[in-house]
Write a protein that binds this ligand. Structure first.
Ligand code: DOR
Ligand code: ZN
Length: 422
């Protein structure tokens, strides 16, 4: 048995007993038998293990940026018991062999659960649909061409109709490439100040609108990736009110940062969609508060130091986000007074599980023992050199946050213990 003593669950001090991959009791019961593993939960809070439905693990093909071992290690360090990994690998995850390869490597790594997202189109080229049925049978959990949009609306319509017959979600990266028009950061005063070409909000909003129209007209679900704009959130809010089956996610960087981070030509803050302005940041928080935003994901996009050392034009987009996500979200949203801890669980666990159609941790009798223990009173400074991820690219370096992950338990097994690491 795994026993967690004196831990806080929904404001109450309890003991949690775990046997195999199940919670057997939550309450006053104690146990100390030979062979039990005992965790002292004093001053810790137990939460259902976080699920990040949007990460880039880079394997196969870009192992110098990240691989499945390092990426899932970063995941458990960040309190994640499951991640869904995007298909912009090399080759693209557009056939059953790569899906199976990812699952095999994840099993070997034995850190957290991994749900492979397969491509919508062959090679993410937008020309031809993948064989979705075969991909599903191989273990794909969702479809996306993330990194690029499915620009052709007819292709997207077909993808939505086809995927809906297997009940798997389609996740769309919303970006009208023609409106990006060479932009590298958000279009606005900071882009002007630095003399950099801007990316219009219209690029994101126009694609969000197109996708809502398809979901509405054809009555099929769609999940919109990493929403960053005030206009996008408003479109989604209105669509949901009309009953459109649209869900969406946003990221810690859109709720905590603005494009002020790019001042000084800081490529660590270069991400797609770009960090926007204060009004957008406020709108992202408002969307989280009123349920327009369903999930918080990291869009964990590790890149090497050399890749990111190429200036604002040529550096790739992306932030290594797994190891800062909980702290940034907890500090910004819960300590910031916008939402309670329970709503954060919906955003980081229950809603992503529902959208992916997978079981998640539940701290109750019979629940899956995917559990994260956090110390919400611990304040710490982000130091990317401590990351397990190969990607040290973060605009959060040097910033201070509350909420430190102490233990990550996956299927009843401790897969990360901070104390043992140091
Ligand atoms: O910033 C980003 N990085 N956005 C994306 O959509 C892709 C990702 C990546 O793969 O690096
Ligand atoms: Zn994307």
């Amino acid at each position: 048995m795994l026993v967690i003593n004196n831990v806080t669950v929904k404001g109450k001090q309890v003991n949690i007993l775990i046997e195999g991959d199940r919670v057997v009791s939550v309450g006053k019961r104690t146990r100390a038998a030979k062979g039990d593993v005992i965790i002292d939960g004093t001053s810790l809070t137990a939460l259902p293990g976080f699920i990040d439905m949007h990460v880039h693990l880079r394997e196969p093909g870009f192992e110098y940026k990240e691989d499945i071992t390092s990426g899932t290690r970063a995941a458990v360090r960040g309190g994640f018991t499951a991640v869904a990994c995007m298909p912009n690998t090399k080759p693209v995850t557009d056939n059953p062999y790569i899906v199976k390869y990812i699952l095999m490597r994840a099993k070997e790594a034995d850190n957290c659960r991994v749900y492979p997202v397969a491509a919508i189109t062959q090679g993410e080229k937008g020309q031809q649909l993948t064989e979705m049925k075969k991909l599903k049978d191989a273990g794909a959990a969702a479809f996306s061409d993330d990194g690029v949009p499915v620009s052709d609306s007819r292709m997207m319509r077909n993808a939505l109709l086809y995927a809906s017959t297997f009940n798997l979600p389609v996740i769309e990266h919303c970006e009208d490439k023609s409106l990006v028009d060479g932009g590298v950061v958000n279009e606005g005063k900071n882009a002007n100040l630095l003399g950099l070409p801007g990316i219009s909000r219209a690029s994101e909003d126009a694609e969000i609108a197109r996708n809502i129209v398809l979901a509405e007209v054809y009555g099929v679900p769609i999940h919109l990736a990493h929403v960053s704009t005030r206009g996008g959130m408003q479109l989604i809010r209105e669509a949901k009110a009309r009953g459109v089956k649209v869900t969406c996610e946003t990221c810690p960087h859109y709720m905590a940062l603005t494009d002020d981070e790019i001042l000084g030509f800081n490529a660590m803050a270069k991400v797609n969609p770009p960090l926007r302005e204060e009004e957008d940041r406020q709108a992202v928080i408002a969307a989280i508060v009123d349920g327009t935003a369903d999930c918080i994901v990291t869009d964990h996009a590790p890149h090497s130091k050399e890749d990111k050392d190429n200036g604002m034009y040529d550096s790739p987009n992306g932030i290594s986000g797994l190891e800062t996500s909980y702290a940034v979200a907890y500090t910004t949203l819960v300590r910031g007074g916008y939402i309670g801890q329970e709503q954060l669980c919906r955003l980081m666990t229950y809603n992503p599980a529902k959208i992916l159609g997978v079981e998640c941790g539940r701290i109750e009798k019979g629940g899956l023992a995917d559990i994260t223990l956090v110390d919400n009173s611990a304040e710490w400074t982000v130091d990317p050199e401590q990351f397990a991820s190969k990607g040290k690219n973060t605009p959060f370096a040097g910033k201070k946050y509350f909420g430190r992950v102490e233990y990550t338990i996956v299927g009843g097994r401790v897969r990360y213990a901070r104390k043992e690491e140091i």
